[in-house]
Ligand binder design. Structure first.
Ligand SMILES: Cc1cc2nc3c(=O)[nH]c(=O)nc-3n(C[C@H](O)[C@H](O)[C@H](O)COP(=O)(O)O)c2cc1C
Length: 150
């Protein structure tokens, strides 16, 4: 299983969560690539068999600036990922109310529109609740790995 991890972050927390997820997936024997640069052609060139998105939320429910261009290009060019299993780890802060984790939610909805298959319900990591999102994500990542194998 060839997994591509995409992370979008403002202050680096989502990147840390992605680093931890990458280590766990590699330890489980998955072939993992991080998408760099965050460009659609680079993603398509990797021909992912599975996708993991780790992204935070900024502004009022917006995607980080690093990830927004990829999101818009994907929405415009609409490359189908039919049946490709994916998961999203969304970072946010419930103090923002209605826009809680909307960055991750936008990526999730787009991947569903592109006919991806959500392998594991989206994880929401709340900065109001935890200061250790990377270790908090571990059980979810393990379940995601199991789901990819199923
Ligand atoms: C200016 C600013 C705006 C934010 N807006 C939202 C928001 O609309 N919804 C949300 O859930 N979290 C929001 N957050 C919280 C961040 O998403 C959260 O702290 C996250 O853990 C940051 O991850 P990062 O370090 O990867 O950027 C905001 C944080 C900042 C500093």
């Amino acid at each position: 299983m060839h997994l591509v991890i995409i992370s979008g972050s403002v202050f680096g927390t989502a990147d840390l969560v992605a680093d931890e997820a990458q280590a766990l997936c590699q330890a489980a024997g998955l072939q993992v690539r991080r998408l760099r640069p965050l460009e659609l052609d680079a993603l398509l060139a990797l021909a992912p068999e599975a996708l993991l998105v780790c992204c935070s939320t900024t502004g009022m429910g917006e995607l980080p600036d690093s990830l927004a261009p990829l999101f818009h290009t994907m929405r415009d060019r609409f490359p189908l990922f039919t049946g490709v299993p994916f998961g999203v780890i969304a970072l946010g802060d419930s103090a923002y109310g209605d826009t809680f984790c909307q960055g991750g939610e936008q990526m999730r909805e787009l991947l569903l529109e592109l006919q991806g298959r959500e392998a594991q319900p989206m994880l929401r990591l709340d900065a109001s609740e935890t200061v250790t999102p990377d270790t908090d994500a571990e059980p979810w990542v393990q379940a995601f790995i199991t789901a990819l194998r199923g």
